[in-house]
Design a protein around this ligand. Structure first.
Ligand code: SAM
Length: 467
């Protein structure tokens, strides 16, 4: 269709063939095929592979409504971004910031793209992660640069390419492997200050002037009021529903996006305990909490599978904790991450993709023990497999008879996917963000708030009550 041509500028996400086969068997499982037919199931799977390599059509900002009203934040943001864009030509400045109709602390900004941009002969190659950030409005930071022309000088106009499979060596002068064009920019550093320094280079290396997908760059813009976060991640905080004064556990918290949201929803009253296994990621949680003026966050480096204390008289403040210590627990589990967008290539083996389920169950065990009776447990992932989502729910309901699925508020994603043996009522209680379901109906002309509920990263949320 013409929309396909307009929307799909990148090839489908590249996965190892064994991973593609596996995912196909998931999306074309017996229950799904029986319900929608072979052809529709196949079509959804192909759309999934296509939309994963493309960025969502809007940028989602979580507004610090614990510090100012949404309207104030929207006006300030408009001012800031207008200043930033004054260098662009008048017709390019069409700034539209829209509040989400169902989520009281979300502002949406449309992404303009894909735009027709001409490739130049001078080329910079960046890592895939950097390339994805550029597609979501970022400039190129020096550490992301892998290859640059031999004589690149400040002010040179260059095309930026993303290295899909991580094959480009740092410091190369050219690269012919698989890569995609993400736009044009102006070099802010010359080659020698990027590669020939004792310390790793810092700051913007290439300022994007003609990005393929254009959205305002949020680097340093109102850092205490505007936090970039994927829409489903913001939904998680609301579904957890923390209240002022409660004690909340965020078991896999770094870099703390959801932790800070939870603290903000509590008006910074109570306690949010944030754990993560990786030490240097704990600093990021502290930095984010400080940036957003939140004091009720306590972050610890800890393996959450060991977070339950066997000593019921445990009195120290930090982990491990006695059973039934928390009013609510968030398990935003480490996962295969296959829902992330844009993601043009994933070089993982099937074994790696399938390695998360046992860890998720261990974490789930600890989560259930640490939760008070009458408390709420939210389980979430940013992946699309059944094994890490609906099958984990089926397992949990069986392993912990005290758990009951709960309705979610807001519920803007689809329901759970068929194939894990859950009942229709159970599936309706689950929230699965499935961008493939509306990839070619999500007209760019349809109103932004409508698009925003569907054109998201792939994501999954389950909410339980412990009796
Ligand atoms: C999906 S990310 C969390 C994102 C975070 N909730 C946010 O919204 O910013 C999963 C995190 O789990 C952490 N992790 C993995 N295994 C863990 C374990 N056994 N205990 C604690 N944290 C773990 C990883 O280091 C990673 O930061």
């Amino acid at each position: 269709s013409s929309r396909e041509e307009k929307m799909s500028v990148f090839p489908q996400i590249y996965l190892k063939p064994e991973v593609t086969e596996y995912l196909k068997s998931v999306f074309l499982n017996k229950e799904v095929v029986a319900a929608v037919g072979q052809q529709e199931a196949e079509s959804r799977f192909q759309k999934l592979l296509t939309c994963l390599s493309h960025p969502p059509s809007y940028t989602c900002v979580r507004a610090s409504t614990h510090l100012a009203s949404l309207d104030e934040i929207r006006h300030k943001l408009e001012e800031e971004l207008k200043n930033q864009m004054c260098s662009l030509s008048a017709e390019e400045v069409s700034l539209q910031i829209v509040p989400h109709p169902q989520i009281p602390d979300v502002l949406l900004l449309p992404v303009n793209g894909p735009r027709p941009v001409k490739q130049l002969s001078s080329e910079v190659v960046v890592g895939a992660q950097c390339g994805s950030a550029v597609l979501r409005g970022a400039h190129v930071f020096a550490p992301g640069i892998l290859a640059s022309p031999k004589h690149m000088k400040v002010g040179d106009l260059i095309s930026v390419f993303s290295d899909l499979e991580g094959k480009c060596t740092r410091g190369a002068t050219s690269f012919q492997g698989s890569r995609v064009f993400v736009g044009n920019g102006v070099a802010e550093m010359d080659r020698s200050s990027i590669f020939c320094t004792d310390e790793p280079a810092k700051g913007i290396g290439v300022r994007m002037v003609e990005p393929l997908y254009q959205s305002p760059s949020f680097d340093g813009v109102l850092p205490h009021l505007a936090f970039l976060q994927n829409l489903p991640s913001v939904v998680v905080g609301h579904v957890l529903g923390p209240r002022p004064g409660e004690r909340i556990l965020d078991m896999c918290a770094a870099p703390g996006g959801k932790t800070c949201h939870i603290a903000a929803l509590m008006g910074d009253q109570g306690e949010v305990v944030a754990l993560d296994r990786i030490r240097n990621k704990i600093d990021r949680i502290h930095q984010n909490a400080q940036k957003l003026h939140l004091r009720c966050v306590k972050a610890y480096c800890f393996n959450s599978t060991q977070a339950v204390s066997s000593d019921p008289a445990q009195t120290i403040e930090g982990p491990p904790f006695p059973p039934e210590s928390f009013d609510r627990v968030l398990l935003d589990a480490p996962c295969s991450g296959l829902g992330k967008r844009p993601n043009m290539a994933n070089t993982w083996s099937l074994k790696e993709i399938c390695s998360y389920s046992p860890l998720q169950r261990k974490l789930f065990h600890a989560a259930v023990q640490l939760l008070k009776r009458g408390g709420v447990l939210v389980y979430s992932t940013c992946t699309v497999t059944l094994a890490e989502n609906e099958e984990q729910v089926a397992w949990a309901l069986n392993a912990f008879p005290c758990l009951m699925l709960q309705p979610q508020e807001p519920h803007i994603g689809a329901e759970g996917m068929l194939g894990a043996g859950l009942t229709p009522e159970q599936l309706r209680l689950l929230q699965r963000f499935s961008p493939e379901l509306s990839w070619d109906q999500t007209e760019m002309t349809s109103p932004l708030p409508c698009r925003a509920g569907r054109d998201t990263i792939g994501f999954f949320i389950a909410k339980f009550l412990k009796n």
